[in-house]
Each structure stands twice: as structure tokens, then as C-alpha cells.
Design a binder for this molecule. Structure first.
Ligand SMILES: Cc1cc2nc3c(=O)[nH]c(=O)nc-3n(C[C@H](O)[C@H](O)[C@H](O)COP(=O)(O)O)c2cc1C
Length: 362
């Protein structure tokens, strides 16, 4: 058994966390991960309040093990979401963006364990000072919105800077990676793309096949989707977005914003608030942009993410949809169940640790 500060903190068997993925990590994937001994997480950024309430109840019905909800602290209804989470007795909350101190306090008072996300050391330090219990540090190999610091440099830096358990993310898929993360000072790993590519993930098979076919050069970081760096599978749709001039991109963004508003039943004001908050982030706000502020162009483009992500992950439109992906897609070739995946990771990690121990000599 490998026990770490993370397994102790969360009361889970294995130091493996399923990262939140919009339209991907709902009750089915979260519960399968938690039942396999890891920590499953519901991605709530792409859910309405009512959907989140249903997802919490469904996940609790599928697993007796701890699970988490991933929350955006700057969502317009974040306080209501926190109330739902507390009422639903959810054991763990992770923040997609910068947390807010008052939300951390409210959750902690109710006995909920809180986890922050960071793509740069400064954000991890800030959240630690606010009393957060753990931090997921995600390197630039990761899928979705990414910062610029690679995992191999970020994790040791963050682990040295904070005194809370650090969960390493960005590019993990197996037991060797877990051993590396532990060596860098982390207490576990979080994986997105690897969990998307399991038989328990609800993503349509045609979409999974596109990920499986990708090579290590199959992803690209683009700002053309929603105005901030976003790692996605390189498809002809993404190439077209990259070729399109600014004006073409904005016309498309306006169309997507209208579709998002129509589907979600939100007012324009609310839709813009939601789209803006969907800039779940890992450090880009700390890399020279106005702190906490997005340009109107980015706000408009933000609606691209939910609309395009949904087209792929729910509707199976590999041609039109956006497939957020870590570089690690290039190394993944199978679709195990979560139980098979976590079992293999832990066996490989045990072997790896033993092998490293044999390297020592008197
Ligand atoms: C398809 C997909 C959807 C994602 N959606 C979200 C999201 O809704 N909120 C969020 O905070 N991060 C999201 N992410 C980022 C993941 O939480 C995580 O940081 C990333 O997958 C880690 O890198 P890896 O894919 O190399 O494991 C998404 C990632 C992927 C691959």
C-alpha cells in the first residue's frame, strides 16, 4: 500500500484523483473512480444548479466512497452551489479557478475538504494562506486551459513552496508517473485525459477513437477558442479557427454565445457571467494579463468553450466539436475501466518504488 498525506486527508485508498472535465466527469465517471479507490469529481462548471443537485444525488447513490465537486468560485451562483454541496454532504470541493476565502471558510466550517488549482506557484501560495487543504498543480502538458510551466518544473517548485498536500497534474497516465510525482514531493496525481479514455467515461466512442489515434504531436495550445491558452486535439476545426481572422472568429463566437444563451435559458447578463467564469484557469491570469480581468473580446469568445465542448463530448460531433486534451493522449492506446486503470497504476508504482530502492548501495 502507498499511503500519502493525500490518501490520509481524503480518506481514499489510492493517491489518484480524476480531474474535473466539463460534460465528461458526471456521476458515472466520478462514482466509478471513487468506487475504484481514487477520488472522482463532478465538473459543475457546465451544469446548471438543478443539474448539479441531481448529479450530487446520483453520485452519492452510486458510491459510498468520498467524491468531489469542482466549482468555479466566481460563478454568479457560487454561494448557492456551496449551499447545495453542503446540504448534499459532498466530502470534497475543488476550485477550478482562484478560490474565494469566504467560500473556503463556509465549506471548511461544514467539514468539507477544499482543494485549489494552480498553474503557477504564486496561486498555490495564495490559496494555502487562505487555509485551503490541498492544491492541484497542473503543468503545461495538461488538457484544457493550461499555464506555461511544464509539470516537471512546476510540481517540485510548488511542493517546496507550500506545506499542504500537492496533487500533481498534467501528463499523467501510469504508475511511473505517480512515482515521479511522489519523487517531486507531490502526494498524488490527478488525471483528466486518461480518465476520459476509460470504458466508464460517457464520451461517445467515435470521440474516444479520435483521441486514441492522436500522436504526441496531436495537441495544440490555442487562444482562438476562448481567448486564453487552451490545449485541444488538433483537428481541422481547430486549424480553421487558427486560420480565421479576428473578425471571422468573433462572428463565430457571437453565434456560439447566442446558442449558449438559448440552450441554458440564461439572460445575456447571466450568459456572459457564466461564459466568463468558464475561463477555468491554471495560471494564465498571472502571466501578464490584467489580474482578474478579461477583455470584451475574451468574454464573448468564452461562450465558445461550453458550446463546442458539448458538441464533441455529448453529441459526438468530432467534426464540429472541441476536444480538450492533454499531450498524454499521444501515449494512450486503450480504454480500461477505472478499476483496471487504478489497479494497474498502483501495481506499476509499487514495482517502480521497489526498483528504485534496489538502486541504493552502501
Ligand atoms: C475534455 C476535458 C475537459 C476539461 N474540462 C475542465 C473543466 O470543466 N474545468 C476544469 O477546471 N478543468 C477542465 N479540464 C482540465 C482538467 O481538469 C485537468 O486539468 C487536465 O485534464 C489535466 O491534464 P491531463 O489531461 O494531462 O491529465 C478539462 C480537461 C479535458 C481533457
Amino acid at each position: 500500500m502507498i499511503r500519502t498525506r493525500l490518501t490520509e486527508l481524503l480518506g481514499i485508498r489510492y493517491p489518484v484523483v480524476q480531474a474535473a472535465m466539463g460534460y465528461v466527469s458526471g456521476p458515472r465517471l466520478a462514482a466509478a473512480t471513487s468506487n475504484a479507490g481514487g477520488l472522482g469529481q463532478i465538473a459543475s462548471a457546465t451544469m446548471s444548479l438543478a443539474e448539479l443537485e441531481g448529479a450530487i444525488a446520483e453520485t452519492a447513490g452510486r458510491t459510498g466512497a468520498p467524491f468531489g465537486v469542482n466549482l468555479r468560485a466566481d460563478a454568479p451562483d457560487a454561494a448557492q452551489r456551496v449551499k447545495l454541496i453542503i446540504a448534499g454532504r459532498v466530502p470534497v470541493v475543488s476550485f477550478a479557478q482562484a478560490p474565494r476565502p469566504e467560500l473556503i471558510s463556509a465549506l471548511k466550517e461544514a467539514g468539507v475538504i477544499t482543494i485549489a488549482s494552480a498553474g503557477v506557484r504564486r496561486h498555490a501560495e495564495k490559496a494555502a494562506a487562505w487555509g485551503i487543504d490541498a492544491v492541484i498543480a497542473t503543468g503545461s502538458e495538461g488538457g484544457g486551459h493550461v499555464g506555461a510551466v511544464p509539470t516537471s518544473l512546476l510540481i517540485p517548485q510548488v511542493a517546496a513552496a507550500v506545506d499542504i498536500p500537492v496533487i500533481a497534474a498534467g501528463g499523467f497516465l501510469d504508475g511511473r508517473g505517480l512515482v515521479a510525482a511522489l519523487a517531486w514531493g507531490a502526494a498524488g496525481v490527478a488525471m483528466g485525459t486518461r480518465f476520459l479514455l476509460t470504458s466508464d467515461s460517457p464520451v461517445p466512442d467515435a470521440v474516444k477513437q479520435v483521441y486514441l489515434a492522436a500522436g504526441l504531436d496531436g495537441t495544440v495550445v490555442t487562444t482562438r477558442v476562448d481567448g486564453v491558452p487552451h490545449r485541444v486535439l488538433r483537428t481541422s476545426m481547430v486549424d480553421q479557427l487558427n486560420r480565421e481572422g479576428r473578425a471571422g472568429g468573433l462572428v463565430r463566437a457571437a453565434r456560439n454565445a447566442a446558442a449558449f444563451r438559448g440552450r441554458s435559458g440564461l439572460s445575456w447578463r447571466e450568459a456572459i457571467g457564466q461564459g466568463r467564469a468558464l475561463h477555468w484557469g491554471t495560471g494564465h491570469r498571472g502571466t501578464g494579463r490584467r489580474e482578474g480581468g478579461l477583455s470584451w473580446r475574451q468574454v464573448l469568445m468564452a461562450a465558445n468553450t461550453p458550446v463546442l465542448l458539448r458538441a464533441a463530448m455529448v453529441d459526438g460531433r468530432t467534426d464540429l466539436g472541441l476536444m480538450s486534451s492533454g499531450q498524454v493522449a499521444g501515449l494512450i492506446e486503450d480504454l480500461p475501466s477505472c478499476a483496471e486503470l487504478i489497479g494497474a497504476i498502483m501495481r506499476e508504482a509499487e514495482v517502480g518504488l521497489e526498483r528504485i530502492a534496489t538502486l541504493r548501495s552502501e
